[in-house]
Design a protein around this ligand. Structure first.
Ligand code: AMP
Length: 192
């Protein structure tokens, strides 16, 4: 199962991806996590990314694509993956399509988690308290939501046009949303 998880910041992508990883037995690949690991490791790339991430802007397409390709080529991704946080714009959606064509692993389904803006802001504020992420300041959050609306929202149409999009209502308990995702993707694969 090769799944792309789409949704605004705070839509619950990360939480659902963790559940899906256990259920589908494929790795959860989050470009945000890959970038945060590079920042924590203090690599050259991490140092470049750090400032950009703290502002709520997108890290350059080239940097993120390079990291993603390296991760996708690891053998644990041979049987599929859950992509979280990528693609973030149309250029990335096209680059991903090319990359996955090259490694003969096309996307099976893109799941869009629908959550309204008020709830997003509320959830991110809660997470800011719990996790202390550098980019969860009110200013950076507002900016990330703008970046999402301007650059990432068109990616939903990209997958709709490819016929691989399913929408899932992202409001509810963790279990409710998880069960909706499983129901929504069951036609694409035997997901148990
Ligand atoms: P996330 O954990 O997905 O919310 O990502 C946190 C931050 O990492 C984003 O606000 C961006 O600065 C950066 N980031 C994560 N994924 C990408 C991506 N696919 N392209 C560019 N920047 C990204």
């Amino acid at each position: 199962m090769r799944l792309v998880l789409l949704g605004a910041p705070g839509s619950g992508k990360g939480t659902q991806a963790t559940r899906l990883r256990e259920h589908l037995q494929v790795p959860h690949i989050s470009t945000g996590d890959l970038l945060r690991a590079a920042v924590a490791a203090g690599t050259e790339l991490g140092m470049q990314a750090k400032v950009v991430m703290a502002s709520g802007n997108l890290v350059s397409d080239d940097i993120v694509l390079g990291m993603l390709e390296e991760r996708l080529l690891r053998s644990d991704a041979d049987n599929g993956f859950i992509l979280d946080g990528y693609p973030r714009n149309l250029a990335q959606a096209n680059a991903l399509e090319k990359l996955l064509e090259k490694i003969k692993q096309p996307v099976d389904v893109a799941v869009q988690l629908d959550v309204n803006t008020d709830l997003l802001v509320e959830r991110i504020a809660g997470r800011a308290k719990a996790e202390g992420r550098a980019d969860d300041t009110p200013e950076a959050v507002r900016h990330r939501l703008n970046v999402y609306n301007e650059q990432t929202a068109p990616v939903v149409d990209f997958y709709r046009n490819h016929g691989s999009l399913v929408h899932v209502d992202g409001i509810g308990t963790l279990d409710e949303v998880f069960n909706r995702i499983i129901a929504a993707i069951s036609h694409t694969h035997d997901v148990g």
